[in-house]
Structures are given as structure tokens and as C-alpha cells.
Design a protein around this ligand. Structure first.
Ligand SMILES: [Fe+2]
Ligand SMILES: [Fe+2]
Length: 472
């Protein structure tokens, strides 16, 4: 069924036919709303925001745009329709029917994957909760809130799986998802990048560019899953996710564009002197958020990744469409590690290198975005290139965890690393400067001086459109 019901919990999974599950989710719903009020966007909760809401899961016309107050957003459970006769298409069970229930021996693995994915969704809302006051325009303010409500919906997507397929454990996990807090000393979120402060809009755009893009690749890998409800859930989440990355890539792109304009207005090409963000500082934030996001893929060699692939639980990006060999037995992939102070490369079984394979696709995708930013710098006639640092740089997970390198990946002594890291990563002074630029602009058609306006508005509306109604 692809029709979305207008029950108390909108859904296309025929929730009303499963009273036990419906009751469990209806009990969780007020806890979610309490969490949203406490940890969701600060301020603006009583304002009308021009938001899209999913009204169908059909491609084309799935979204409806209208003014909504955020607490009234229709968070719900939307899975892509099932395809009859779907089979395992990778791993050890190729050709066997996919699962509609969780196989006992995979229960722990699946629960861990779903909880880890689910935890990132509320975490990002928490990280971004104070950005509204300093939004550079109403257009950006609206985009922030769109991302926030959809991350809330992604939490619903994972909580549905937990409550429907994991019994009492699932219910407990669903409650824990509302209890952990991003950056909290005692009960932090599960993954590193989701505990980092996102305290200004430059970090917000970097986060949606790089960290949401990690999400795209994780969801894509799970969209291949032989646990069919997980695959169908992730496919629909990817539809929403595309906008988040658009916000990030165009957000950084608009800063770059404005920076170039300001450089040309200043005799010394000094963007900071003209009240903007200079290109070297943008580079530092790329270095930070790109590498935090690289860590989210996990270690270069991972037996968990091998097990998940073997079981048919987590595939490669576009596994079905892009590969011929779907067993990956006998194949290898080179991975790097540090031995006796030197980088050595060795071939490891491909299944054990699946994190690295997924990271390859992520890196390539990020590079395409950076190329587009560089194109606009070039077109402005400015001699500067933004780059992605080496994947050895500033890592906290995997073979290069805690290994000091420069952005090109050359090894450093601990001493050099501590002495030089503020050349490559944002310093306290950079943070203070960026925050000093963040003065909210909340008038239709106006924009802060450090960022260019977008080429077009949302859903065919003009940039000047009243995306968040502040008078009322
Ligand atoms: Fe998400
Ligand atoms: Fe997202």
C-alpha cells in the first residue's frame, strides 16, 4: 500500500491493523514531542514555516508545501512499496527470498545498525537547535527547519523498525534514542561527528554537505538490504536526504561566491576586511567536517562490515546496478596502515574492506561538490583552489586514528602535529571570528553580507518569499 493514512500517526504501513504496535507508537509519540520541544529548534516553534510534508511515496508529487507550525508537522512512517519476489542479490544467500521479519541470528547486528542510524537523526537536530536566531535569511531559516523536521521523521522511520520488529528490546532502544544528547558528557550520541558543536552557519553548511552525505551512503548501503522493511524505509529516506545535501553544497557555494565578490572589492583581496569569510578559513572547515565525516564509515578493515555483507544486510552503493560480482569472495582491496612509523599498503579480503569501498564513493561524491565550488572561484578570476584533505588526515577511527599528518597525508611527529594543527583546522580565533559574522537577518528578501543569495527559491517561490512568517 502506498497511500498515506491521515491517522494520528500518518503511515503507509497499515498501522491500524496492528493494535499492539499502534499503541506502542502512540505511547512513544508524546515522548517524541516532548523531546522536540526541549531539544528541537530554539524559538520559532509557534511560527508558520513554509515546509514540505510527505503525502505519498510515489516519485514525483510526493511532497506537499504549505505553512506549518513545526510542532504540528505530520511526522510519520513511510516505506516504499514492496516489490514482490525480491531476492538476496549479494552476499552468501544470493537468490533466496528476502526477509520480512528479522532472522534470529541477525537480530543483534540489525538492531545495532538501526539504532546507530537512528541515533544520528535526533543528534543533528540537537546540534543545530540554536542556529535559527542567526540565520542569514528567511530562505536559509526555512531550509534549516526543513532539515530538522525531516531528521525528526527519519527518527520515526528507525523507531518504527525497532518497535515493529524487535519487541521489548526495540521499545527500550526507542526510548533511549530520546534520552541521549549530542555532546553530553554522560549520555552522548553514539558517533563522534554527532557530538561536535555546530554552532554557526558555516559549520551547518559543512555538516549538511559532508555529514548528511555520509548519511546518503549509509542509507544507500542499507537500501540494498535483504531485510526488506529496512531497505524500503531507507529508500524513502534518501528522497528526503537529497535536499539536505543540496542545502549544504549550495550553502558553502554561496559563501564561496560572496567571498570572491568581497575579495574583489578589497584592495588587498582580503575577504575578512570586507566582512566575509576568507577562502583559507573555508578550507579549514572543509578539513574539519570532511574528516569527521570520513570517520563515520568506520575502520578500513572491519569484520562487522564483512559479516553484514555476507549476511546480505548491508551492500555496496548501488550494489545491484554497479557490480557484477556480488559475492566478493576471493577479491581483495588495498588498504593503508602505519607500521613502524611508515605507511604500508596491504591487500585485504574485499569483504573486510567494505567500509573503505563505501568511503571511496563518498570521497568521489564530495570531490564533485568541491569541483563546483572551485569552478565559481575560477570564474571569479581568483587564483585559489579548495581541496579535500587526504583521508589519512585528522582521523579518530581506523588505521590513522591519532596519527598526525598534514592535509596531504605526510606523517608528522606528535610535536609537529600539535604545533601545526591550527594551520589546518579551525582555531578558537577562527570560531570567534565566524560567530561574530552571525547576525540574524529575518526580513523577507534580505541577506547577511557574508553569503550570496540563492539562484532560486523553494518550490518555485522567489528568494523574497516570506518563508517563515515572523509577524503574527
Ligand atoms: Fe536523516
Ligand atoms: Fe539529513
Amino acid at each position: 500500500m502506498s497511500h498515506i493514512s491521515d491517522d494520528r500517526i500518518p503511515n503507509n504501513v497499515d498501522l491500524s491493523s496492528d493494535k499492539r504496535l499502534q499503541r506502542a507508537l502512540e505511547q512513544w509519540q508524546p515522548q517524541f514531542l516532548d523531546w522536540w520541544r526541549e531539544m528541537g529548534p530554539e524559538g520559532f516553534q509557534g511560527r508558520d514555516v513554509y515546509l514540505r510534508t510527505a503525502v505519498s511515496v510515489e516519485p514525483g508529487g510526493w511532497a506537499h508545501f504549505d505553512y506549518v507550525k513545526m510542532p504540528d508537522y505530520r511526522w510519520g512512517i513511510f516505506l516504499e512499496p514492496r516489490q514482490d519476489g525480491r531476492l538476496h542479490h549479494f552476499g552468501d544467500a544470493i537468490g533466496q527470498p528476502v526477509w520480512d521479519e528479522v532472522p534470529g541470528e541477525l537480530r543483534n547486528m540489525l538492531r545495532r545498525l538501526i539504532v546507530t542510524q537512528g541515533d544520528t537523526e535526533p543528534a543533528s537536530v540537537e546540534q543545530q537547535r540554536q542556529l535559527g536566531q542567526t540565520a542569514p535569511s528567511l530562505y536559509d531559516l526555512r531550509n534549516l527547519f526543513q532539515v530538522n523536521v525531516e531528521e525528526g521523521r527519519h527518527l520515526w522511520a528507525m523507531v518504527y523498525l525497532l518497535q515493529r520488529y524487535f519487541g521489548r528490546d526495540g521499545r527500550e532502544e526507542a526510548e533511549e534514542l530520546l534520552k541521549r544528547r549530542s555532546g553530553d558528557g554522560d549520555r552522548p550520541r553514539i558517533l563522534g561527528a554527532f557530538n561536535e558543536p555546530t554552532s554557526h552557519w558555516l559549520s551547518f553548511f559543512m555538516f549538511t554537505m559532508f555529514t548528511d552525505r555520509d548519511g546518503k551512503y549509509q542509507l544507500s548501503a542499507l537500501a540494498e538490504s535483504a531485510f526488506d522493511p529496512l531497505a524500503r524505509t531507507c529508500r524513502f529516506m534518501l528522497t528526503e536526504e537529497a535536499h539536505h545535501m543540496f542545502v549544504g553544497e549550495t550553502g558553502v557555494g554561496r559563501i564561496v561566491e560572496r567571498t570572491c565578490e568581497l575579495m574583489k572589492q578589497d584592495a588587498n583581496e582580503d575577504a575578512r576586511a570586507a566582512g566575509g569569510v576568507d577562502l583559507p578559513t573555508i578550507q579549514k572547515y572543509i578539513n574539519l567536517w570532511y574528516t569527521l565525516s570520513l570517520d563515520l564509515f568506520g575502520g578500513e578493515q572491519s569484520s562487522n562490515a564483512a559479516d553484514a555483507f555476507a549476511a546480505g544486510v548491508k551492500g555496496r552503493y548501488k550494489e545491484a546496478a554497479r557490480y557484477q560480482d556480488h559475492t566478493c569472495l576471493g577479491a581483495t582491496r588495498p588498504v593503508e596502515e602505519v607500521r613502524d612509523g611508515r605507511v604500508v599498503t596491504s591487500d585485504v579480503p574485499l569483504r573486510n574492506a567494505m567500509n573503505e569501498v563505501l568511503r571511496d564513493d563518498f570521497v568521489e561524491d564530495c570531490q564533485r561538490g568541491v569541483d563546483r565550488w572551485n569552478k565559481s572561484i575560477r570564474e571569479a578570476g581568483i587564483d585559489f583552489q579548495l581541496v579535500l584533505p587526504s583521508r589519512r588526515f585528522h582521523r579518530a577511527i581506523g588505521a590513522f586514528a591519532g596519527v598526525g599528518t598534514d592535509p596531504s597525508g605526510a606523517l608528522l611527529t606528535q610535536d609537529e602535529w600539535s604545533r601545526r594543527q591550527s594551520e589546518w583546522l579551525p582555531s578558537d580565533a577562527d570560531e570567534i571570528y565566524i560567530k561574530s559574522l552571525m547576525q540574524g537577518v529575518h526580513e523577507p528578501g534580505k541577506i547577511a553580507q557574508w553569503i550570496a543569495p540563492p539562484r532560486r527559491g523553494i518550490n518555485g517561490q522567489a528568494f523574497e518569499f516570506d518563508y517563515v512568517r515572523l509577524e503574527s
